[in-house]
Design a binder for this molecule. Structure first.
Ligand code: C2E
Ligand code: MG
Ligand code: MG
Length: 515
């Protein structure tokens, strides 16, 4: 069950890890394109600001120098000095000498008879007056920016404040905006619409209106702002270009992650992992097949056979998972689980029937597990049983290396357990082990029982067992004829579908009670 939940979890992670890098690369492509795009707008704005500051500084410098002039107002010398200052400051187009708001004389025209200036629109932080509506007297019909000190006003062409060329590849436009009245003081191109008006009064630095991206830099001291803008069409092209660059990365990472997680998933779904989980969850159960005394049909005991219940209600045959457990080293915990289950199922039943036994199948590997005899001893003590009530079935493979197996088997026998040689004659091993090892019973494999009519080996097995003083259990008895033949040939015990298949604990107890 745990594995299934893990699989669901990992599948979810798989989907996320596969999607994440791709989505991330799309996002990165977009971020990058936008970053490059706004970066260009931003740096252009910064350059415009540099230019504006440079022009403003020049105007301030000029005003400072003008205020230092100590000549008769509007005299020839005075006007000449004003002209000199105008020429040496190249952004200044005209200098006016003022009395209050009234221009008296000009660097261009000498004496002036023009109307008084309106009240300045702003005062700069350094205390200069600032206008941007005054029409120049140059005869050119466009607005001028004017900066004034106590006695002088310098006139600047607003275009010079924003006269910056964009470095980048895309055309960027810029406008100088008077914030108070949303007045476009100067602009490198006509503004498409009034979409910028609202944004300029907020704290937004960047906004998009229709297909145009705007960037705003504000100069609160002068109540002006620069507005730079460009079409977003190249952004979309850029975005696609970036995507071509990022998507293969994202795709590759996605694939790698998917491959890695699929590998984990496959391992989790592997039979080995499933068996491990089944053992941990104690899902594997034990069924019991009765063993009878052939002479009188009395119950002698039962063989414990492992069963793995599947979600569809069927049981997986032990031939499949026992060999899997043996190959993957899971047989040790599996055998311990089976032993514990036998006692949990039938400990009490065995206590009530001291003359009956349960035989448990043990693999060759189990012989090397020192915990197993301890477990048996402890369980037998717990249920107050006789060790003789638990027999151990070992296949010929377990006897293959008598040097190591013989002392362990002798140990079990000393504890009181009977040792059965299971599947006798099917292991293709030499019979030499029969000298070195002492066993108690020999199980005649069902293949020999099945072939009684035409296989003449069975009588020899019986003779051999008798010679070795081994009692016999015949497996796989399916017909009364087989039963009769085996009884007549001196086989003491038998098990098979003629009597019963392996039954679960309740069914087995019920079966024994019916007998
Ligand atoms: P086995 O120890 O020789 O067990 C006898 C097998 O013959 C069982 O198969 C049993 O169900 C089957 N059988 C009994 N009577 C008849 C019959 O009349 N006709 C037929 N056709 N078959 C019959 P099962 O339960 O499938 O077990 C197969 C083998 O798996 C066992 O052979 C045993 O070697 C192994 N095994 C089962 N449980 C365990 C276990 O807990 N531990 C270990 N190590 N091996 C186990
Ligand atoms: Mg067996
Ligand atoms: Mg057998």
């Amino acid at each position: 069950m745990r594995t299934r939940r893990l699989i669901v979890l990992i599948s979810a992670v798989l989907i996320i890890t596969a999607l994440l890098p791709v989505s991330l690369s799309v996002w990165m492509a977009h971020q990058n394109a936008t970053r490059l795009f706004t970066g260009e707008l931003e740096s252009f704005s910064a350059r415009v600001m540099l230019r504006t500051t440079k022009v403003a500084n020049q105007a301030e410098d000029a005003l400072q120098r003008l205020e230092e002039i100590n000549l008769t107002s509007c005299s020839r010398e005075h006007l000449q000095e004003m002209r000199r200052v105008s020429y040496s400051h190249r952004y200044i187009q005209e200098i006016l000498y003022f009395r209050g708001l009234q221009p008296v004389c000009s660097s261009l025209e000498g004496m002036k008879k023009s109307a008084a200036f309106p009240q300045p629109l702003a005062m700069t932080p350094k205390g200069y007056r600032f206008w941007y509506t005054a029409k120049s007297d140059l005869g050119i019909e466009h607005d001028m920016v004017a900066l004034g000190s106590a006695h002088y006003v310098v006139m600047i062409d607003p275009e010079s404040l924003i006269d910056v060329l964009p470095y980048g590849t895309r055309p960027i436009n810029v406008a100088l905006i008077g914030i108070k009245r949303n007045l476009v003081i100067a602009s490198s191109a006509p503004l498409a619409d009034n979409g910028w008006v609202q944004a300029i009064h907020t704290h937004q630095m960047q906004f998009q209106h229709h297909d145009i991206m705007y960037y705003i830099t504000r100069y609160p001291a002068l109540n002006v702002a620069t507005l730079t803008w460009t079409s977003t069409t190249p952004l979309d092209q850029d975005w696609r270009r970036q995507l071509l660059y990022w998507l293969p990365f994202g795709g590759a990472i996605s694939l790698l992650a998917a491959w890695y997680i699929l590998r984990i998933l496959r391992r989790l779904q592997s039979p080995h992992q499933r068996l491990l989980e089944a053992i941990r969850a104690r899902e594997i159960v034990v069924h019991y097949q009765p063993i009878l005394v052939l002479e009188d049909g009395r119950l002698a005991g039962a063989e414990a056979l492992a069963r793995w219940p599947q979600p569809d209600g069927t049981f997986l045959a032990p031939d499949i998972f026992i060999s899997l457990a043996e190959q993957t080293g899971l047989i040790t915990p599996l055998t311990e689980l089976i032993v514990e289950s036998v006692f949990a199922d039938l400990g009490q039943w065995l206590q009530q029937h001291p003359d009956l036994h349960i035989s448990i199948n043990i693999s060759a590997t189990d012989l090397a597990n020192p915990a197993l005899p301890m477990l048996l001893e402890q369980q037998i003590a717990y249920w107050h049983l006789d060790a003789g009530q638990i027999a151990l079935e070992l296949t010929e493979r377990s006897f293959a290396d008598p040097e190591t197996s013989a002392p362990v088997i002798a140990g079990y026998r000393k504890m009181g357990h009977a040792i059965y040689i299971d599947d006798f004659g099917t292991g293709f091993s030499s019979l030499s082990y029969l000298h070195g090892i002492k066993a108690d019973r020999l199980k005649i494999d069902k293949s020999f029982v099945e072939a009684l009519d035409y296989n003449n080996v069975t009588p020899h097995i019986i003779t051999l067992a008798k010679t070795l003083h081994l009692k016999m259990v015949a497996e796989g008895i399916e017909t009364p004829q087989q039963e009769t033949w085996l009884r007549e040939h001196g086989v003491e015990f038998g098990q098979g579908w003629l009597y019963s298949k392996a039954l679960d604990k309740q069914a087995f107890i019920a079966w024994t009670e019916r007998r």
